[in-house]
Write a protein that binds this ligand. Structure first.
Ligand SMILES: NC(=O)c1ccc[n+]([C@@H]2O[C@H](COP(=O)([O-])OP(=O)(O)OC[C@H]3O[C@@H](n4cnc5c(N)ncnc54)[C@H](O)[C@@H]3O)[C@@H](O)[C@H]2O)c1
Length: 377
């Protein structure tokens, strides 16, 4: 890179992409980079001054002479756009999940190696200092021998959420995989963060995956899911990832130990440590580095990436298993109720919060635990 400020281009500026535009503006304000271009099929709502505006990411990548490209577009566009950006010489911040298939993931890892350009994946919780802090606690024996991990997310999604975009809730769109279910998309951060805390990020770190995928909504993908994965050292990761809860609770990663438990509230950067004999958890709050800022520092000064593509291999293994699994089982409507929220109606599965808590504390799936809506008649 020359001495000039790194030039950032953001593709997909509505939806989640708005946060990347704001982050690029923040870097501009602190004199570390410049927002040079944006691209979206829908024009920007605000006047962006001298920022070049494109209607398609491909055009922006080809014409805007960028050092860093942010891709916050739907998942099925990730591989072609990321590859084009790498081949144009840019580093890429690619929104999660990185790609819809493991084969695409391998192709992207290859493109990154071939071009010598980095791909950072938008798992923003991996920018939190809470993750290395928990790893340090485990290494120091703060909860004794750690035996297992949990990834817990119980959220609600309105019925209109599933109709907001053609790819929403689909497993396949126009012949391409999109895998837009609870495990792989809205609550993907829970699994990715748990794997990072466990130090199990490489592709071969996950084995013997038992998936238990269900759906209450009229969608193809899963909205009420659990899984148990084998990790190195005989440990397990149990996930309960649900979009059919009566409320949105903060999601967390749990580590079970022989002498206590750690809970990482990964959206809040909070860590709670509970040990036998104390009634209240010891709680600490941690700083977080923005992933775009980290990628810019990588481009300028070779700083290590916080969420590099290669470290999402284990997550991609889970995604691939979900992609190639049988269709999620439809939950019998007698276990589903409709509830109102300020954003619209949403479906609630009977006792799903309690069953989810059991998944992550007992290390068994909904069906293995005998949740009536998971085992069928
Ligand atoms: N990290 C997070 O917390 C987080 C949160 C939400 C979404 N996401 C991810 O961000 C990505 C986008 O999700 P979203 O919910 O914002 O989707 P969205 O459909 O709301 O927005 C995507 C935007 O991309 C634009 N777009 C699509 N193809 C384009 C192209 N070829 N060129 C330029 N613009 C294009 C669309 O017009 C739209 O404005 C997905 O990968 C999603 O999983 C991440």
């Amino acid at each position: 890179m020359s001495g000039a400020l790194p030039r950032i281009g953001v593709a997909g500026i509505h939806g989640h992409g708005a946060t990347h535009v704001a982050a690029a503006r923040g870097l501009e304000a602190s004199g570390r980079a410049r927002l040079a271009a944006v691209a979206d099929h829908r024009p920007p709502e605000a006047d962006l001054g001298d920022v070049a505006v494109f209607t398609d990411a491909t055009d922006m990548i080809a014409r805007a002479d960028l050092d860093v490209v942010v891709l916050s577009t739907p998942m099925h566009t990730h591989l072609p756009l990321a590859r084009a950006a790498l081949e144009a010489g840019a580093h890429v911040l690619l929104e999660k999940p990185p790609t819809p298939t493991r084969a695409d993931f391998h192709a992207l890892v290859g493109a990154s190696e071939r071009t010598g350009r980095a791909v950072q994946v938008g798992f923003q919780s991996l920018g939190s200092q809470a993750v290395p802090f928990v790893r340090g606690l485990l290494a120091d024996g703060a909860i004794g021998e750690f035996t297992g991990f949990g990834a817990l997310g119980t959220w609600l999604r309105t019925e209109s959420y599933w109709t907001r975009a053609p790819w929403a809730g689909r497993r396949v769109l126009d012949g391409s995989s999109v895998v837009d279910g609870a495990v792989t998309n809205p609550l993907a951060h829970a699994t990715a963060t748990a794997l990072a805390v466990a130090g199990a990020t490489a592709e071969d770190a996950v084995s013997g995956l038992r998936l238990d995928l269900h759906r209450a909504n009229a969608i193809e993908a899963d909205d009420t899911s659990s899984f148990v994965a084998g990790l190195p050292g005989g440990r397990t990761l149990a996930g309960a990832l649900v979009l059919t809860a009566p409320r949105r609770s903060e999601p967390c990663v749990i580590v079970h130990g022989s002498a206590g438990r750690i809970v990482l509230w990964y959206t809040l950067d909070l860590v709670q440590v509970s040990t036998p004999g104390s009634n209240l958890a010891w709680t600490t709050s941690h700083a977080r580095t923005n992933l775009l800022a980290n990628l810019v520092e990588h481009a300028v000064a070779g700083e290590a990436l916080l969420a590099p593509l290669a470290a999402t291999g284990a997550f991609m293994r889970v995604l691939e298993a979900v992609r190639t699994a049988d269709e999620p089982r439809r939950i019998d409507p007698s276990y589903v109720t409709r509830a109102a929220s300020p954003d619209g109606d949403h479906l609630v599965v009977a006792d799903v919060e309690a069953w989810s808590e059991r998944v992550v504390t007992e290390g068994r799936t909904f069906a293995e635990l005998g949740a009536p809506w998971a085992v069928g008649p």
